[in-house]
Design a protein around this ligand. Structure first.
Ligand SMILES: *Cc1c(COP(=O)(O)O)cnc(C)c1O
Length: 457
């Protein structure tokens, strides 16, 4: 076997770990469109964002030019506790499939929060601490981001106030307890701790909450108190920047063994893990050094790339956040309630949206039951119980590996295995009991939610 030298798990040595984040925007000729102030329609300035976000993070958000951003030593020290994450050669899966393809996955589930979100949470907590803040606020739906942020804040001794969508708060008590273990304050949203929460409760006393509502509460909780700022776990450019650690490690590990992926696959919710995984590869593609086939995978129930529109839209359901130019289904789009796990955001990272629009990457949407079938197929051979979000990437990786059986091509496939699925066992149960449904929105439904897009040229 020619690839006998490649180990099952490729780790970097400590001295080979990335020392800088890579800002993909620096290599984009056409930059992502700026965030706009919803009131004036003008690009947001640092001054306008300062009451809401940490200063250094705003700088990163607005910086389209600095290619390499040094990773502060404190963040690198934290990374050392759970990084490098392994790049795994899926020998067992290849053999079971009988494919000539070579399959690799970068596994980000090896930390207590169980996903890649910790990579950005620790950076955001660090910059908040550096600024001398008392704490940060955020919202969480399924709970991965809240968990990651709780861990990061406890490390830097910052307050962490998490507004958790009420239905998740009640249905996911275990995530809640992990967050409390790390000292976070968890408030079911809507709550009577904010004006907006009280108003919503007055109008809809029995509501189970929504992400949009939790965002509104978290922003209010940050801006109405001295020493607090709001932080976000996906979509933003700063989050993609921090997540570039995933791609940089992967590229370094592959270069060490002379491996070049033909296809790179990642699940796409707000775009942070995919943006991070592909960053250095996309950089080579943008500068004409190499070519890669890059595939974003999204749920058929929330198909922003494959069926959405590239336009300015509100970043949140409450329409209080800035306008972002992105692939969107409309901020009024309500994803199917039966959809398991994350990836339910109506929009997409502005950077990935721009790259997709320019034809640098493709996108596919997959049905939920196919995703769980792929998760099971993977788990039974490779051992890891994948998060449903991650299993979107697995599904397409399996599809591509199976194509190679027919064509005989020995393609090298790389995908991002973003996390573990221990907190998603209710969804697995539904799948096993045959109670899981595939929801695909009709053209009319999508047209309806797109009809309320703000009018911006
Ligand atoms: C949040 C999450 C995702 C999707 O978010 P992105 O910002 O698109 O990366 C994917 N997988 C897991 C495990 C997650 O927790």
């Amino acid at each position: 076997m020619s690839n006998e030298k490649i180990p099952y798990k490729i780790y970097l040595e400590e001295h080979e770990m990335p020392t800088h984040y890579y800002n993909l925007r620096a290599d984009m000729e056409k930059k992502p469109a700026p965030l706009l102030n919803p009131g004036t329609g003008e690009p947001l300035t640092l001054e306008e964002m300062e009451p809401i976000f940490c200063k250094e993070l705003i700088k990163q958000e607005l910086d389209n030019d600095t290619k390499f951003v040094p990773i502060p030593q404190e963040i690198r020290d934290f990374y050392k506790m759970y990084r490098p994450s392994p790049l795994v050669r899926a020998y067992c899966l290849e053999e079971r499939l009988g494919t000539p393809a070579k399959i690799y996955y970068k596994f980000e589930g090896n930390n207590t929060s169980g996903s890649h979100k910790l990579n950005s949470a620790i950076a955001q907590a660090y910059y908040a601490k550096e600024q001398g803040l008392k704490g940060v606020t955020t919202e969480t739906g399924a709970g991965q981001w809240g968990t990651a942020l709780s861990m990061a804040c406890s490390y830097f001794q910052l307050d962490c106030d998490v507004y958790m969508v009420k239905v998740s708060y009640e249905q996911k008590p275990f995530r809640r307890e992990v967050m409390r273990t790390y000292g976070a304050t968890i408030t079911p949203s809507p709550s009577n701790t904010t004006n907006i929460g009280r108003k919503i409760l007055e109008e809809h006393p029995n509501t189970t909450g929504s992400l949009g509502c939790a965002i509104s509460e978290a922003v209010e909780a940050a801006t109405s108190r001295e020493g607090y700022r709001y932080v976000l776990g996906s979509v933003l450019n700063q989050v993609l920047l921090h997540q570039s650690i995933i791609g940089l490690e992967t590229k370094a590990a592959m270069d060490k063994y002379g491996i070049k992926p033909d296809i790179i696959i990642g699940s796409a919710g707000g775009g942070s893990n995919l943006g991070g995984l592909i960053a250095p590869f996309m950089g080579e593609k943008l500068t004409g050094k190499e070519d890669y086939q890059i595939i974003a995978v999204e749920p058929a129930s929330c198909p922003s790339f494959t069926r959405g529109k590239f336009a300015y839209d509100f970043a949140d359901t409450g329409k209080i956040c800035p306008l972002a130019k992105m692939y969107t289904l409309g901020s009024d789009y309500i994803p199917a309630p039966n959809h398991a796990g994350g990836l339910r955001y109506h929009g997409m990272s502005t950077t990935l949206s721009e790259l997709y629009d320019q034809g640098y990457m493709e996108a596919r949407s997959v049905a939920q039951t196919d995703v769980f079938a792929a998760a099971e197929e993977f788990a039974r051979v490779e051992g890891i119980l994948p998060a449903p979000e991650s299993a979107h990437a697995i599904k397409v990786a399996l599809d591509e590996a199976k194509k190679c059986i027919e064509t005989g091509e020995e393609k090298t496939i790389l995908f991002g295995l973003t996390g573990t699925g221990y907190f998603d066992l209710t969804a697995y149960q539904k799948y096993h009991d045959g109670e899981m449904e595939d929801y695909v929105p009709t053209d009319e439904e999508i047209a309806k939610s797109l009809s309320s897009l703000p009018q911006i040229d």
